[in-house]
Design a protein around this ligand. Structure first.
Ligand SMILES: *Cc1c(COP(=O)(O)O)cnc(C)c1O
Length: 380
């Protein structure tokens, strides 16, 4: 890969001395595989952070979502409600189980699943005699969904919530941590996430049975017999002790990394404040971890489009990305049932994700703010 020294990346890993220390210590301890003390501690520490008693460390956020979907019993013939504005893994995890996703649009302010649409869909399904196996929520770009409305709604219809908190480690809603809202929740420690193990994830839950079952399935569904007895199809989903050590070092620095991302978001808020027609997706939710900051551009008011700013910044080695292409627009999910209000389509067309990584230095960040200010002065 060509590394551009000038480049400002969207969300690069933030790795320092502490991470090196922890990983080296794990290697030197001999606990390389299969499990080890860092793995156990990492699970306990993430569970504590999420405010739930059980955690199962796995090889990716997608694996955690898959195990969560299995945990709610999703299987062929079931439907699972999924926000259309998300990364594909949320929907893929549903499909892995044989179940079918039904997509629901977002609210304009945050992009998170729209409680009114969700309410309508749950009522429609009820009238059709269908009970969804689960409602997946996604805390988009780190901002928690509207659980104050979603949880009572799902409870009324007896449908469990699976929280895709892949992007939301360290966020909160009404004083409760992300990861605590569903029957089960999934975190991701992928390389671009706020905390990385270079690749990894965690299922968290208050349900001991669900956690035990997930741990068993993640470990190849091996029954305790010397000859490896199997009565279920399992998965090789466990996280290694070495990577858990990396995660533990990152967790020590999580608050610091969140502070940094909040400061970056503040900087964007200030740069764009002088302009009508540009807003930050998610507004000023101070309980969010500010994983990624996205702006939404109303071209009718600004006279330029999100993609114009993207091109301007790309020419200056600043990486940006469109907001997620909604799942109902993805060829792989063509024909899926969807309840839409146009929000995800608009955010895809008019949204732009800006460099938000905690590792970007002050000088580089100032350069990005200056570049944007120059563009706003003279949009070309
Ligand atoms: C990153 C992400 C995932 C997948 O996590 P991996 O660790 O990459 O498998 C799932 N859902 C959302 C919303 C994500 O952002």
């Amino acid at each position: 890969m060509h590394v551009d020294d000038q480049a400002v990346l969207l969300s690069a890993p933030d790795i320092g001395d502490l991470e090196q220390e922890y990983v080296l210590a794990a290697l030197r301890s001999g606990w390389v595989a299969p499990a080890g003390p860092d793995l156990d501690l990492f699970e306990r520490e993430i569970a504590a952070r999420a405010g739930v008693p059980h955690a199962v460390a796995v090889s990716s956020g997608t694996a955690a979502l898959h195990l969560a979907m299995l945990g709610v019993g999703a299987a062929t013939g079931d439907v699972v409600i999924v926000p259309t504005l998300t990364f594909a893994a949320t929907a893929n995890a549903v499909v892995y189980t044989g179940a079918t996703p039904i997509f629901v649009d977002g609210d304009a302010a945050t992009g998170n699943i729209d409680p009114d649409l969700l309410s309508g869909l749950l009522a429609d399904l009820d009238a059709e005699g269908v009970r969804a196996r689960a409602v997946a929520t996604v805390d988009v770009y780190g901002a928690c969904a509207d659980y104050g409305r979603i949880l009572p709604l799902c409870e009324r219809y007896g449908v469990p919530v699976v929280e895709d908190a892949a992007e939301a480690l360290g966020s909160a809603y009404a004083g409760r941590p992300a990861g605590s809202f569903g029957l089960a929740a999934a975190f991701s420690f992928n390389g671009n996430k706020i905390l990385t193990t270079s690749g990894g994830g965690m299922l968290v839950t208050a349900d001991a049975g669900l956690a035990d079952r997930a741990r068993y399935l993640a470990g190849q569904a091996r029954l305790p017999a010397e000859h490896y007895e199997h009565t279920d199809v399992g998965y090789n989903y466990r996280l290694s002790n070495v990577l858990a050590a990396l995660g533990r070092a990152q967790l020590c620095r999580l608050d610091e990394m969140i502070e940094r991302r909040r400061a970056v978001r503040d900087g964007y808020a200030k740069v764009f404040a002088r302009l009508d027609g540009v807003r930050l997706l998610g507004g000023d939710d101070m309980a969010a971890n500010c994983w990624l900051t996205a702006v939404v551009v109303e071209a009718e008011r600004t006279g330029w489009r999100a993609r114009d700013l993207a091109a301007y910044l790309a020419a200056r080695h600043v990486e940006t990305r469109p907001v997620f292409k909604p799942m109902h627009r993805q060829p792989v999910f063509a024909g899926a049932r969807a309840v839409l209000n146009g929000t995800a389509d608009r955010l895809f067309a008019d949204g732009l994700v800006l460099p938000s990584g905690s590792v970007i230095g002050d000088d580089r960040m100032r350069r990005v703010f200056d570049d944007i200010a120059a563009f706003l002065d003279d949009p070309r």
